[in-house]
Design a protein around this ligand. Structure first.
Ligand code: SF4
Length: 184
């Protein structure tokens, strides 16, 4: 697809692995600039589309760390198909909140949540074969695939995501000035 002056649009895919969708909400916080972005970008797999698999793309944005086998599969598919892969937010960069379970035994965690809690009768750890296999720890995405850029924050602001994307699409090395960098 092309924009109104015939330039090919930049194809962008996004996904949330072990994240809370807060980074995607921050993406939407670009507000009216989303309309500007829509003139130069078309979306592949993303919560904004109903595309199930990432196809060939210019940019892939990954929210969340890697906590299960499906996350590994999706992340590798993004790496294969995206020329530039970006870790967006603390969970993708260092595992974030989900990685707090890394210092606990996974079996104990599952027992605590599904079996040993007050109010649960005849509980059991879910074992439906459709459920993706949990990894014993939550990994930042760079431990699984090569990552080109990292946007810190929990979540990064919409302003930071806008600056990053417009730099990258404009052929400039993305640079976030100090006020746009956050680590909370
Ligand atoms: S970095 Fe923060 S906002 Fe983004 S997915 Fe993780 S917890 Fe949610």
């Amino acid at each position: 697809m092309s924009d109104s002056i015939g330039m090919p649009r930049v194809r962008v895919a996004t996904t949330s692995l072990a994240g809370c969708f807060g980074c995607h909400m921050s993406f939407l916080d670009m507000d009216e600039r989303l309309l500007e972005l829509a003139k130069i970008v078309e979306f592949d797999r993303s919560p904004l589309t109903d595309i199930k698999h990432c196809g060939p793309c210019d940019i892939g944005l990954i929210e969340g760390g890697v906590c299960n086998a499906e996350n590994v599969h999706v992340l590798r598919e993004f790496r294969r198909n995206c020329k530039t892969l970006v870790a967006i937010g603390a969970c993708a960069i260092n595992g974030g909140l989900p990685a707090q379970r890394n210092h606990l035994d996974l079996g104990d965690c599952l027992q605590q949540v599904y079996v040993g809690r007050d109010g649960i009768e005849e509980g059991g750890v879910p074992d439906d074969p459709e459920l993706p296999l949990l990894l014993d720890r939550v990994h930042p995405i760079h431990e699984v695939v090569r990552v080109d850029y990292f946007i810190p924050g929990c979540p990064p602001s919409g302003e930071a995501i806008w600056k990053f994307l417009t730099d990258l699409i404009g052929g400039r090395t993305p640079r976030l000035a100090h006020p746009l960098l956050r680590f909370d």
